[in-house]
Design a protein around this ligand. Structure first.
Ligand code: ZN
Length: 423
């Protein structure tokens, strides 16, 4: 639904055999929509010139005879303020009740589990009290902020949302299966068996792009107004992608970049202010790229290993500075021209028709039409048998700093292809 400057897109599932769960999901959606609308009223809608958007998406993360797990994504933007919240609801079809985190465990075992989580986070220097508070928080599922699920290996994965701790990032904790096993309740065992495939809150096992038909979606120039919505769309479909972020935009909305990173996306360097690097001297270029890498590391905890030079403009100086800064240069071999044609169908066609195994597809998350094209692109590429991965996953081994990549080279012609790119 588009209503002036208010954009609302809410989807929750309705299962045929679980009316209690359906009612709960519907009431969550109703409450989210009414809280969204009241924020719009309070802050001024279209007439104020402010953009408001909310996207709610969902994904089934597990299903057994007894337990059903559903993850909800809520991406919101009010003016410049952007947030992505993730929550998980688990339903016990035997008792016809929603499952809270503590109910996964035998009552006498729950304190020890809380201690184990606090200890795991304590190893990273996080305080204990707010962790324990977050774990015992009960209430409506949309306010029960700790998302939980099981990996395919049976490990329990908890995700504490941004803001739980002084550290403002979402935090994940993984507790190994073996010590947990004897502590699970019957409902917990059922939820665990329901997680037949890894939930999205767990990083999936690294895909082997030497064997699979892999392709990487890349999004440049953000983070921007449509980034949160895009990330919700990708996360709901379990599509990891690579975002080449511009330093000055990170400085404007570090929380937004944190959400992109928190959703499992890869972050690369796209320079501080999008200057054409071939027109910049080496010293200046080094300062610019280093500052951008540092801004990314400040938010994500990791310095990027990938650079996309603005406009794809690259020469020997760019190679040499990239090498010094440990950045591989990532260009593309499929250009959607999404900045030129504000037409979602056209962008979708461009992305899916010339893509082959190992392709890197260029898009920009600062265009609404690009975001609108993404669901179709994902569906189409998957139909063609492609596995969607990040650039680092696509390239497999750590890409070489100072080296230019336009795609995953087919074995045997890799060195020749690289040579050609350098010309
Ligand atoms: Zn760009």
């Amino acid at each position: 639904m588009v209503d002036g400057d208010v954009h609302l897109d809410v989807a929750v599932p309705q299962l045929t055999d679980s009316s209690v769960l359906n009612q709960r999901l519907t009431s969550i959606a109703d409450r989210l929509v009414s809280s969204f609308r009241s924020t719009v009223r309070r802050e001024g809608g279209a007439s104020s010139g402010r953009y408001h958007a909310m996207t709610v998406g969902w994904q089934l993360i597990g299903r057994s005879d007894r337990a059903i797990g559903i993850q909800l994504w809520v991406a919101q933007q009010h003016g410049l303020r952007v947030s992505i919240d993730r929550s998980v609801v688990w339903y016990d079809s035997l008792t016809q009740r929603m499952l809270d985190l503590p109910e996964l465990f035998l009552p006498q075992a729950w304190p020890a589990v809380q201690e184990a989580v606090a200890r795991a986070l304590g190893e990273h220097g996080h305080e204990k009290a707010p962790v324990l508070a977050a774990l015992s928080a009960r209430g409506s599922p949309e306010t029960q902020r700790v998302a939980f699920g099981f990996s395919s290996d049976g490990d329990l994965v908890l995700s504490l949302p941004a803001g739980t701790l002084a550290d403002d990032r979402p935090l994940s904790v993984r507790l190994a299966d073996a010590p947990l096993r004897s502590r699970l309740s019957a409902a917990g065992l059922s939820a665990k068996s329901a997680a037949a495939h890894p939930p999205a809150i767990v990083a999936a096992r690294e895909p082997d792009c030497a064997k699979l038909k892999c392709v990487a979606l890349t999004f440049d120039d953000g983070p921007g107004a449509f980034t949160a919505e895009l990330v919700a769309i990708l996360a709901q479909r379990e599509v990891p992608a690579t975002f080449f972020a511009v330093g000055n935009r990170i400085a404007q909305s570090p929380d937004l970049l944190a959400s992109v990173h928190g959703a499992g996306m890869e972050i690369g360097n796209h320079s501080w202010d999008h200057r054409e690097l071939t027109l910049v001297g080496a010293a200046d270029m080094k300062r610019d790229l280093n500052r951008t890498s540092k801004a990314i590391a400040d938010v994500t905890g990791q310095r990027p290993t990938l650079l996309r030079p603005p406009y794809g403009a690259q020469n020997k100086t760019v190679d040499s500075v990239s090498k010094q800064l440990d950045l591989a240069e990532i260009l593309w071999n499929v250009d959607t021209l999404d900045w030129l044609y504000a037409d979602a169908k056209r962008v979708e066609n461009a992305a899916v028709t010339s893509t082959g195994r190992g392709s890197i597809i260029l898009m920009h998350d600062i265009h609404r039409t690009t975001v609108a094209a993404v669901p179709g692109i994902v569906a189409n590429l998957r139909e063609q048998g492609f596995t969607l991965v990040t650039v680092s996953q696509l390239l497999g081994e750590r890409p070489v700093p100072g080296q230019v990549y336009r795609q995953r080279a087919v074995t045997g012609v890799q060195s020749a292809q690289r040579g050609a790119n350098r010309g």
